[in-house]
Design a protein around this ligand. Structure first.
Ligand SMILES: [Zn+2]
Ligand SMILES: [Zn+2]
Length: 281
């Protein structure tokens, strides 16, 4: 298991990778570009290559995250076009960064209904993936179900992947906070969640875990991250992820709220402690 955290890439990938080393992170996540915009980003290939070298030297795994504001289900043709162009660019940046995948949030049906939203999301995914043949997987992240978000459940995510023409180019990123807020798991139902991941085939395509506690209660459908052990999920339930064999090979990335990235160093140590305690018991 590679425990790490989200890190700012504002000063370049090399800087972010060195930061990961300082924080004791064995994996990390960066945004491909400004998360609140879709403005194209000029890729600094030299910086990317230096960053990749640091990651290789320290055996660090990178996950990329695409901007939040893309909506794969948008009914508007002009917005869909911008989204396709933006995510294609994200995949190419993620490839230059040597990332295992580029995380994208599931679509929002914005009042058009779930059926329409799902169909439109599959269509947009196809239009993106027919233009990308590189090694980076597009990782669908499960949502908390805020507003009209799609993709709360394991079966719905598998259905979307299966409906595209390029399922082999799609993997998954599982967010512990979103899934809890969507009412999909808790301390009592962790084993059922893992069983569902296995029996549906989801687990085979799971590439990364977003590891967050939740400020909002179970099934609240609110996406509010909290530090591990300080939220509604709790450390006992979250520790189960850290010791489950099924997730042993995956990067586990913290996206918990911090005032300063430096705080992640302590939280990463805490995760290792939880993991050890769990393995002993
Ligand atoms: Zn997440
Ligand atoms: Zn979230």
């Amino acid at each position: 298991m590679k425990i790490g955290c989200h890190i700012s890439v504002g000063k370049g990938l090399e800087h972010a990778a060195r930061r990961a080393v300082e924080l004791g992170a064995e994996s990390f996540q960066v945004f491909t570009k400004n998360p609140r915009g879709l403005k194209p980003k000029k890729l600094d290939r030299e910086d990317a290559a230096k960053g990749v070298a640091v990651m290789q030297e320290h055996e660090i795994t990178l996950v990329c995250h695409t901007p939040y504001i893309t909506n794969l289900s948008t009914p508007k043709p002009d917005l869909q076009e911008v989204t396709i162009r933006s995510i294609l660019e994200d995949l190419n940046i993620a490839e230059a960064y040597g990332a295992v995948g580029a995380v994208v949030h599931c679509g929002k049906h914005v009042g058009e209904g779930e059926e329409y939203g799902t169909r439109r999301m599959v269509e947009t995914l196809d239009l993106i993936l027919e233009q990308y043949d590189g090694p980076v997987k597009l990782l669908l992240e499960n949502t908390a179900g805020q507003g009209s978000e799609l993709g709360l459940t394991i079966p719905s995510l598998m259905e979307i992947r299966g409906a595209t023409r390029y399922p082999e180019k799609i993997g998954f990123c599982f967010d512990t906070c979103h899934s809890f807020a969507a009412g999909q798991w808790s301390l009592e139902t962790f084993e059922q969640l893992v069983e569902q991941m296995k029996s549906s085939g989801y687990l085979e395509h799971l590439v990364a875990i977003h590891f967050n506690d939740s400020k909002a209660p179970f099934a609240s459908q609110k996406d509010r991250h909290e530090k591990i052990g300080k939220g509604e999920i709790g450390s006992e339930a979250l520790a189960k992820f850290l010791t489950a064999d099924s997730f042993e090979h995956l990067p586990v990335v913290l996206e918990t709220p911090v005032d300063d990235e430096q705080e992640y160093a302590e939280e990463i140590v805490y995760l290792h402690q939880l993991r050890q305690a769990g393995q002993l018991s």
